[in-house]
Structure formats: C-alpha cells, structure tokens
Ligand binder design. Structure first.
Ligand code: FPP
Length: 247
C-alpha cells in the first residue's frame, strides 16, 4: 500500500510548519553554487504545498527568509529575492486553480519594493480561496515578532487601552503576526539539523518536531506523508499522563 493511504484523516494536523534547510549543501554536493540549490528548492515548495492541500491540511507555513538571512552574501540575498518574485508570478495561476490562499508573516514592509508589491498582489488575488492557506515566513524571526507584540501591548497600556494586570494570553496571541492562524501541530525541518532557528517560538509550544535527514531540494510528497504518519503514531499528552488520555 502507498504511504498516503496510511494517513488517518481523523487525526490530520491542521497546521504543518516547515523549516526548509539544506539548499546550499545540496548544491555543493552536486558541484553547483548555492543559488542552484535555492532554485531546485522551489520544486520542493510545490511538492509540499500540493501534498498538504491534497491530504486536507488547512495551513502550511514555510520558512522562506529569516531576518538573519540578510547577513548572507549580497549576491545570494538578491538571488533569493528574485527567485521569490519569479515564483510568486509563476505560481499564482496554480494557487488560484487549487483554491489556495497565500498569506505572509514577518516584516514584509521591509522587503525590496518589487518583492513586497508582488507579494501583496498574490495575497490579495488569492484572499477568497478556501482549500488551504499557504503561509510564507518572509523577513521573519520569532524574536522580532515577540518584540513587536510586546511593544504593541506596552503602547496599548500606556495609552490606557489595556490594564497591564489584565493582559491575557489571547491579547498576546492577537498581537503576533500569526493572528488568526492556529498553532502548528507538526514542525518539520530538513537537512539533518535539530534546531528551531528563531522560528515560531511561541506557536510551537506543543508542536511535534520532525527532523529529516534530507536536504530541502530532495523533499518530495512521500516525505510529508511519512512525517504525518509518524506524527499520528505519537502520543500527545499536553502535560497530562498517558492514563488520563484513555477514553
Ligand atoms: C535554507 O537553505 C533555505 C533558505 C534560506 C531559502 C529557502 C528558499 C527556497 C526554498 C526557494 C524560494 C522559496 C519560495 C517560497 C518561493 P540554506 O541556504 O540555509 O542551506 P545550507 O544550510 O545548506 O547552507
């Protein structure tokens, strides 16, 4: 039987987040410059998005560019931004055809002008699609997002709009850039590294973590299916005991 048919539809994670890592090492292993790895990574973005939508996952978040990635060589940063614009332009038809909504989290106002423009256009064009939401984390880092939420709440307190002692978890959640998006239940990272790298630190409090020993350009639908099957075989206790979970 194929892997897909082993997935239990009643225990599907509604939100999967992916740290797409290993493009540079994949390119090096194939004797090419790093940018070749990023270009090939786009095929994996397509595979992951298609597989998630076909199975019925409602949210897929991809870590495409972190606030720390600006520190990479200028040539690589420019190539990543160009690739992003090209991909947004090329994929919009597929997003529409597959009824997929695009959203972005991160400091997107500070992306290069054309990148920001194409991103907003794609978000606007797909805003009424309902099958799945594809969230791109762009110029994103969890510490940036948490600091922004803290500043927002501090200002609201200073302006007398909120009483500091009354601040609830929901107030904080609503000040994050993931506002309205449920927390991911499954976080996948490729490339064999077991790190979170400043990604969704608040939101993954109870996510199951899956570290795959392949580079991102080698990621195919079967890797997503396998990660979901592994997720479904884990016992998620949320701080309780195993016995308390028995029906
Ligand atoms: C990590 O590999 C990958 C990135 C920082 C960029 C991810 C971008 C893409 C897959 C292409 C475009 C994406 C979209 C959504 C259009 P790395 O460069 O850190 O690899 P390394 O760890 O081997 O150096």
């Amino acid at each position: 039987m194929d892997l897909k048919s082993h997935i239990d539809q009643s225990k599907l994670p509604q939100h999967i987040a992916i740290i797409m890592d290993g493009n540079g090492r994949w390119a090096k292993a194939h004797g090419h410059p790093r940018v070749f790895g990023h270009r090939n990574g786009v095929k994996s973005v397509r595979e992951a998005s298609e597989a998630a939508a076909e199975i019925g996952v409602k949210y897929l978040t991809l870590y495409a560019f972190s606030t720390e990635n600006w520190g990479r060589p200028k040539f690589e940063v420019n190539a990543l931004m160009t690739l992003l614009v090209k991909t947004l332009r090329n994929e919009i038809k597929t997003l529409m055809k597959n009824n997929i909504r695009l959203q972005a989290i991160g400091d997107i106002e500070n992306l290069p002008g054309d990148c920001h423009k194409h991103l907003l256009e794609a978000i606007d064009k797909t805003k009424d699609n309902t099958r799945m939401t594809l969230v791109l984390a762009l110029n994103y880092s969890a510490k940036w997002e948490i600091m922004r939420a803290v500043r927002h709440l501090a200002k609201a307190a200073k302006d007398g709009k909120i009483e500091p002692s009354q601040i609830q978890e929901d107030d904080f959640v609503n000040a994050l850039s993931t506002q309205g998006i449920p927390d991911p239940e499954l976080l996948i990272r490729t490339s064999g590294e077991s790190r979170i790298s400043n990604f969704l630190l608040w939101q993954i409090a109870y996510a199951e973590l899956s570290f795959l020993d392949i580079f991102w350009p080698d990621f195919r639908k079967e890797h997503l299916y396998q990660a979901i099957i592994d997720f479904q075989n884990r016992e998620r206790r949320f701080g309780k005991t195993s016995e308390q979970l028995q029906p």
